[in-house]
Structures are given as structure tokens and as C-alpha cells.
Design a protein around this ligand. Structure first.
Ligand code: SAH
Length: 465
């Protein structure tokens, strides 16, 4: 390592910043966030710095740098736009054995400012030793997405309970085991979602009755329509910490591959499959696994609350007192519409949108077709492939224009996405010779005409233009 990583306590300590522009301001903000008293020395000090430091013990000195500015300081930052001045500051500081950072010139000083991800009291800091600041920034972006915003809350809570846990477990191994369990369990999840009271209660309970019946948790998670990049951060986090995964056919392979590798996987199929489990059995299985103390991931395609029977599953959990969380996913309508370049609403085309099930219950539709005739309303049919001829006919018979545009999107958002377009009168003929594969989504309405110009996904034509 070229540098020793270290976190400095600068609260109520004097820190010197030489320079009065934007870059100096950025460093001043960091110093103030850490509680330092700042001395700014510059011939010109910008208004933003003046405003930012308006009330406090900080010093603003309108002058050139000289040796005395280093008196009583513990840290120096040279942030002028004059490299000669910066070097002079660095030399003087190092002669006094002070740590000094020179902005944009790591070698001139003896300290570098790391890129940071701040979830105080958890702070991740990293540096490329001044060699590639952009790389450090890119890494930072990655870490920002990996660490949930609530991490700080979780750490603070753990800090609060530390003495209590120490009193309960005298051996360090027992404490470590306790914390490992708590920090990835329901208490941690509660803290991350902001329910600190609930989290504290769970920790207290766990402490009081380490031998009592353990209860796990169920995560009802929307896995989106197929493209794994469409998962939410929260979905990914829960997918990677679950002990058991219950998934069905709609969840894409790419999404499933992101779950914890050593979890147990249970395929629960889908209604029409031969190996499908009845819904009641799935509900009961969720309860049983959670009561064994497991963290159970119920992974659903799209969004669990849109034609996903997610409501039924958590009703059972609620009545059995099993804790659960619901994580929304991108529903097929949003995913397919975006990836097919068909906005579901548009000022010139549609003022409302309706999600409809195209699945025939007992072979018949209990749909109110008369509510679907407004030309300014986009219709999205889920589970509509088998019933497509009937859907088109009903719409026409009830009075929707036979020339209304319609799109059928196969395996939307995946590499196999295909979009077929036509009208209510022609679409069935158009897809007849095609081997259309499930799942498919149907969009009806004049917004479909926009596909012609807005189609961007897998579209080579766009590159050639
Ligand atoms: N909860 C899911 C919907 C479940 S119903 C969601 O919010 O998306 C199953 C239907 O969803 C399928 O019959 C199909 O109409 C639609 N669907 C799901 N994923 C799809 C995809 N990638 N492409 C096209 N349609 C999809």
C-alpha cells in the first residue's frame, strides 16, 4: 500500500484550507460535516464559502498564505488554483510534520482524500492513491447502490445494544454469533426500513429468549419482467440473503441466477403447469418455512400485487403472525411498454390506461367490455394470448373501432423480445404463422402507432441512421 488508510477525529480541531473557490468549498463542507473548525486563507473568498461559514467559530482570512496560518492546526488542505502556492503550503506543512492534502496533486502532499460512501456511522472510504480519481468515483457509484440507505440506522442501533449484548454473552464467539444472526435477520430489516422501535423490540426479544421459538420472515419480491437490470436494490439485497427461494415459471433465469447460491430452491410452478402446486399449498409452505426460522424469498414475476396473487399469500402470513415484507417490481405492462417503445399514456393518444386479465375463468369472461371502448384509453391485457381472438371480437362487437392498433409483445425486456403489431381486425392473421412464445402482453390503443418511431430496444436501424 502506498498510503495508510485512517479515519481522523477532527471534531473541534482547527483545520486549515488554503483557497477560496469551489474546490475549497467542497473540502470545507467535508470538514464541517466531521465537526472541524475551519480556517480559510485566500486572497479571494467566494460568496458561497462566506454564506456556508457565516455563523460559527470558523475563520475567514482574506490574505495570502504565510507560515503562521499553520499554527494550532491538525490538518491542511491546499486547494488554490495556483500549483506553486499549493506546493509552498505543502512544504511548509510537512516541515511542521502536519498532514497536508494537495487537491489534484497527490504527490505534492502526504495525505489523499478518499472517495466516500456515507452511511454514518458507517463510512466507506477508498482511494486510488490519486492515480485515477474517476475510477474511484465509478467505484463509489457501485458501492452507493450496494449499501442500503438505512445502514447507518442499523449501525447506530447495534451500537445502542452493544453493552446489553456484552452483558448477556460473556464469550466473544457467542456475541459474534448473535450479531451475525441479528444483522441479517428480521430486526435488521426493520431497522433498514426505518422502524427502529420494532427492530429494538425484536433484538430485546431475541436476547431475552435465545432458546425461544425462532421465527423467520417472508419476502414477497417482484422480480420484474425478465431483464435483471430492472430489479430494485431492495429486491437484490433480499434475494441475496434468503435461505429458501420459492419461484415460479415467470421468473427469468437471469433473475434467478442473482439469488443466493447456497439457498434451497423450490419450484412452485404456475397454474397451468402439470407440476404446479395449488395456491393453498404454497401459502402453507411459506408459513411452515418461516416458522422453522428461515428467511424465505417468494420471488414473483413482475409486480407481486398485479395479477400475482401476492395478496392471498400474505393474507395467510398475516393471519399466522409471520413477519413479511413486500417489494414491488416492474410489472409486465411497464417493462414491455418501455422496451417496445409504446408509452401507455400520451397527450395526443391516451389519457388513461387499464390493466385487464385476459385469462378466461371457467371458459368465460366476466369483463365489462363497455368500459373499454373509449379511444383515449389504452388497454393492457395480461394472460391474453389464448383468448386473443375472443378479446378482439368482443371489443369490436361492443363498438371499439376495428382499426384500433394493437401490439403483442412476446417475452418483453428479454433478449428474445418480439413485437407484433396490427389492428383489432388483423392481428390474429398476422401472428398465425409465427410461433409466438409465452409470456406475452397485449396493448390496445392508438399509442401502439408510436412503436414505429420509438422502438429502441434491439433496434439495429437506430444505429445505422
Ligand atoms: N405479476 C406479473 C403478472 C403475472 S400474470 C406482473 O406484474 O407482470 C402473467 C402474465 O404477465 C403473462 O401471461 C403475461 O401476460 C404477462 N407477462 C409477464 N412477464 C412478461 C414478459 N416478460 N413479457 C410479456 N408478458 C409478460
Amino acid at each position: 500500500m502506498d498510503y495508510l488508510p485512517l479515519f481522523l477525529q477532527v471534531r473541534n480541531q482547527n483545520c486549515l484550507v488554503v483557497g477560496g473557490g469551489d474546490i475549497a468549498l467542497r473540502k470545507i463542507r467535508l470538514l464541517k460535516a466531521s465537526g472541524a473548525i475551519v480556517r480559510v486563507v485566500a486572497r479571494e473568498i467566494c460568496k458561497d464559502i462566506r454564506v456556508f461559514l457565516a455563523d460559527g467559530d470558523d475563520q475567514l482570512l482574506n490574505k495570502s498564505f504565510d507560515e503562521q496560518d499553520l499554527d494550532d492546526v491538525c490538518l491542511v488542505i491546499a486547494a488554490t488554483d495556483d500549483s506553486v502556492v499549493n506546493q509552498q503550503v505543502a512544504l511548509s506543512a510537512q516541515r511542521r510534520h502536519l498532514f497536508v492534502n494537495v487537491v489534484d496533486d497527490a504527490d505534492a502532499g502526504n495525505a489523499v482524500m478518499p472517495a466516500i460512501v456515507d452511511r454514518s456511522p458507517v463510512v466507506v472510504a477508498f482511494s486510488t492513491g490519486g492515480k485515477a480519481p474517476v475510477l474511484a468515483r465509478l467505484l463509489r457509484q457501485k458501492l452507493e447502490t450496494l449499501l442500503p440507505q438505512g445502514y447507518g440506522r442499523l449501525a447506530a442501533l447495534a451500537g445502542e445494544c452493544r453493552d446489553m449484548v456484552k452483558a448477556k454473552f460473556s464469550h466473544i464467539n457467542d456475541r459474534r454469533y448473535f450479531w451475525e444472526k441479528v444483522l441479517v435477520g428480521p430486526a435488521a430489516e426493520k431497522a433498514l426500513t426505518g422502524d427502529l422501535k420494532g427492530a429494538r423490540k425484536l433484538i430485546d426479544q431475541t436476547l431475552q429468549s435465545s432458546s425461544a421459538q425462532k421465527i423467520g420472515e417472508v419476502y414477497l419480491v417482484g422480480g420484474g419482467p425478465g431483464d435483471p437490470d430492472l430489479l430494485t436494490f431492495k429486491a437484490l439485497r433480499l434475494m441475496q440473503q434468503s435461505d429458501v427461494v420459492l419461484h415460479d415459471r415467470l421468473v427469468s433465469e437471469d433473475v434467478l441466477a442473482l439469488c443466493r447460491r447456497d439457498a434451497d430452491y423450490i419450484y412452485v410452478g404456475k397454474k397451468r403447469d402439470r407440476h404446479a402446486r395449488p395456491q393453498e399449498e404454497i401459502n402453507a409452505l411459506l408459513v411452515q418455512l418461516a416458522k422453522e426460522g428461515k428467511r424465505v424469498l417468494r420471488l414473483k414475476g413482475g409486480d407481486p400485487f398485479i395479477f400475482g396473487r401476492g395478496g392471498e399469500e400474505i393474507e395467510t402470513l398475516a393471519s399466522e403472525g409471520v413477519p413479511f415484507q413486500v417489494v414491488p417490481g416492474i410489472t409486465a405492462a411497464s417493462g414491455c411498454a418501455s422496451y417496445a417503445g409504446i408509452p401507455l399514456t400520451h397527450r395526443d393518444h391516451a389519457q388513461s390506461v387499464r390493466f385487464v386479465t385476459g385469462h378466461l375463468k371457467d371458459g368465460s369472461y366476466a369483463l365489462n367490455w363497455n368500459e373499454m371502448l373509449d379511444p383515449g384509453q389504452t388497454l393492457v391485457f395480461y394472460m391474453g394470448l389464448l383468448g386473443l381472438p375472443r378479446i378482439c371480437q368482443e371489443l369490436i362487437d361492443h363498438g371499439r373501432d376495428a382499426q384500433t392498433p394493437i401490439a403483442l409483445i412476446q417475452q418483453g425486456t428479454t433478449r428474445n423480445q418480439k413485437v407484433f403489431t396490427g389492428t383489432l381486425a388483423t392481428i390474429n392473421k398476422i401472428i398465425e404463422p409465427e410461433k409466438v412464445k409465452a409470456p406475452t402482453l397485449i396493448i390496445v390503443g392508438s399509442v401502439v402507432t408510436l412503436h414505429e418511431i420509438l422502438n429502441w430496444y434491439n433496434n439495429d436501424k437506430l444505429l445505422k441512421q
